[in-house]
Design a protein around this ligand. Structure first.
Ligand code: UT7
Length: 334
């Protein structure tokens, strides 16, 4: 039997209806559309407003979109992984609630958190289960309700983040398509520069923490920016070298959408034309674990069977890496 590789065979997505535009942020903090656009490329983001609805609401809707589009029987799913930095609750996984809600009655499920690298690392996890031959259908969902940990009085973070979810189905492929190679890394010394400090086991929530806003996400933007540019470029170049790929071989760069300048810098180091660089940061901002599947979903109609896609991400931890994947289908209407 030929070697099993793991490939993406279907996609789905969900973003909330409420739009938070740069103009609206101008009325909330000391900022302006020109600064946000020039420094980040973001024009608007989506926010989940409804009380009592958490990340699972986003994840369930993205999964349902995939199930409908792919005409998938959810009882055939073996495993549901939810990559998220904003789980519904501290205990009881978002994934198990999501799996049951979508009818994945024969699946097991778990959450994965690696901040903005969560979906990338989840791709590696899903691929390993498929390549081993143990499972045949794995639903990987990247979902984050970043608005639940963003301080809307802090202009250095509130302009960046948004809410959303994307889902990808991983299945075996016997024709050499799917995931070809991966280079994944973490560096724990980076956590000083990007974290939501309070609310975990080291620093539980207290009245004082809530009063000081210590439960919100904090980042030292410049340091994160520099590390993101260096490490995303380094990881993608390692993948290109190892697989003897030159720029003309690459069809797409799917990079974590944190800042347009970081994405462009990564593409420049790869010497890649801008038409090959997937970009939707202007519509959604940084949705953390959801950026990569939201990108794929937006570009699904342009992807063709055999296309060589380089994924790249960088996030809290620090965590980062790159994955090389050969796309395995062309949508019928292409
Ligand atoms: O998702 C994974 C992790 N996250 C990232 O990858 C994000 C990485 N970092 C970034 O994207 C950028 O560092 C930011 C977008 C957060 C900030 O952009 P920057 O170009 O690094 O700006 P800066 O922090 O160097 O600030 C430049 C100036 C400062 O004013 P002074 O000191 O030069 O007078 C800031 O106070 O811009 C000021 N500033 C703002 N001005 C208007 C900071 N935030 C704002 C704002 N509106 N929202």
């Amino acid at each position: 039997m030929s070697k099993i590789s793991a490939t993406i065979t279907a996609l789905g997505a969900y973003v909330p209806e409420h739009i938070l535009s740069n103009a609206m942020l101008e009325n909330m903090v000391d900022t302006n559309d020109e600064w946000i656009t020039a420094r980040t490329g973001i024009k608007e983001r989506r926010i989940l407003k409804e009380n009592g609805k958490g990340t699972s609401y986003l994840a369930i809707n993205a999964a349902k979109d995939l199930i409908k589009k792919a005409e998938l029987d959810p009882s055939t799913i073996d495993l549901v992984i939810v990559a998220t930095a904003t789980p519904d609750m501290k205990a009881a996984s978002t994934a198990s609630f999501t799996a049951t809600a979508i009818g994945a009655c024969n699946a097991f499920s778990f959450d994965m958190d690696s901040a903005c690298s969560g979906f990338l690392f989840g791709m590696s996890t899903a691929a390993s289960y498929i390549e081993s031959g143990r499972y045949k259908k794995i639903l990987l969902i990247g979902a984050d309700k970043m608005s639940s940990i963003v301080n809307y009085k802090d202009r250095t973070t509130c302009i960046i983040f948004g809410d959303g979810a994307g889902a990808a189905l991983f299945e075996p492929n016997f024709d050499g398509l799917g995931i070809q190679d991966q280079y994944l890394r973490t560096d724990g010394s980076g956590r000083d520069f990007l974290q939501a400090t309070y609310g975990g086991s080291s620093n539980p929530i207290t009245h004082e923490v809530l009063d000081s806003g210590g439960h919100y996400a904090f980042q030292e933007g410049k340091t994160v920016f520099k590390n993101a540019v260096f490490n995303m470029a380094d990881a993608t170049n390692k993948i290109l070298e190892r697989n003897k790929l030159c720029k003309s071989d690459i069809d797409w760069l799917a990079a974590h959408q944190a800042n347009k300048r970081i994405i462009n810098a990564t593409a420049e180091r790869m010497d890649l034309e801008s038409k090959k660089v997937m970009m939707n940061i202007e519509k959604y901002g940084n949705t953390t674990s959801a950026t990569l599947p939201l990108l794929l979903n937006d570009y699904e109609n342009q992807l063709k069977k055999g296309d060589k896609v380089i994924f790249a991400a960088f996030g809290g931890g620090f965590s980062w890496g790159s994955i090389y994947l050969k796309w395995s289908y062309t949508k019928k209407n292409n």
